[in-house]
Design a protein around this ligand. Structure first.
Ligand code: ZN
Ligand code: ZN
Length: 308
């Protein structure tokens, strides 16, 4: 099984265009970039999770073929607005050879997606339902690849948000994998427990006083990870929205979220807010070590490929 991280940034990517904050200025100066979060899984089948607005550039960068299925986690634009880009696959083969690509999303998510992309259904895409708690039905899912949607809470809008839990049978043994997508909590708190690999949303470093974005912070994710104990965790969907009084990432923008009680090192001082790939990775490793959380953790980057 290979995971290809197509994008690892938040809803507007990183740096956000026009954003004057210190994080975005630093990333611009460094030439570091994250597209909208999206993941490609390649094993018994080729799966594309969350075709976001950066999909065309991501598919071209990785030179990827027609996926066997597309999985959408929820009806926010950064997770489905790239559906139209899939038309290129149909345009590249004779009409009689084309089979529509199955696309899975929850019923509530389809209520928002269908009015926007209904013209693609039937010809380019086949609408399929992702029902929380029920294994996805139809090819390419079966004995060697199964997937169960997990209901997640990502705030009042979107209503249709789900994560996905996969089980894969492959020549070297079996593998379980989870994809939280955007969430702040779950109705079934241990739905992602005991996986070999977890791709976990990490929108903030510190848990904000008011989590209006309804996203996981690293701080909040630590509580889940301590219970779920995945074999490895990869963080995605990073933003520039942390606000820590006194930290150099602070600026006057109001779209920042002050922490309730920031993550602190053993000496009591808050950790500096990480701004780029290297400082995020170093911060995650330090936080895990300081808390005795012994599991491999990687902050993913666009183009990262991992084999299992
Ligand atoms: Zn998102
Ligand atoms: Zn979202």
């Amino acid at each position: 099984m290979e995971l290809i991280f197509l994008g690892t940034g938040g809803a507007w990517g990183l740096p956000e265009h026009s954003c004057p904050c210190a994080t975005c200025r630093h990333l611009r100066a460094k030439g570091e970039h994250r597209g909208r979060t999206s993941l490609w899984l390649e094993g018994p089948a080729k799966l594309l999770i969350d075709p976001g607005p950066d999909l065309r550039a991501q598919l071209m960068r990785e030179n990827l073929p027609r996926p066997d299925a597309v999985l959408i986690t929820h009806e926010h634009g950064d997770h489905f607005l790239g559906l139209d880009e899939l038309l290129c696959y149909r345009r590249a083969v004779p009409a009689q050879d084309w089979r529509p690509i199955p696309v899975y999303a929850s019923a509530a998510a389809w209520e928002q997606i269908e009015p926007r992309f209904g013209y693609l259904l039937g010809s380019l895409l086949e609408k399929r339902l992702a029902l929380p708690g029920q294994a996805l039905a139809g090819f390419p899912f079966g004995r060697d690849l199964s997937c169960q949607p997990v209901k997640t809470d990502h705030g009042p809008m979107p209503k249709g948000s789900v994560g996905y839990r996969f089980a894969v049978n492959q020549p070297g043994g079996s593998l379980t994998l989870g994809y939280t997508s955007d969430m702040v909590s779950l109705s079934e708190p241990d739905a992602f427990a005991g996986l070999d690999c977890l791709v976990c949303q990490c929108h903030f470093f510190n848990e904000p006083q008011v989590n209006r974005a309804n996203h996981l912070s690293l701080q909040r994710a630590l509580e889940f990870l301590g219970r779920w104990r995945p074999g490895a965790v990869f963080f995605v969907h990073l933003s520039c929205q942390d606000y820590l009084p006194g930290d150099e990432t602070v600026n006057a923008m109001l779209k920042k979220y002050a922490p309730a009680d920031p993550l602190r090192a053993p000496d009591g001082a808050p950790y500096a807010i990480p701004r780029d790939q290297d400082s995020w990775q170093a911060a995650v490793e330090r936080v895990f070590t300081d808390r005795g959380l012994d599991l491999p953790a990687k902050v993913a980057w666009d183009g990262l490929r991992v084999g299992w």
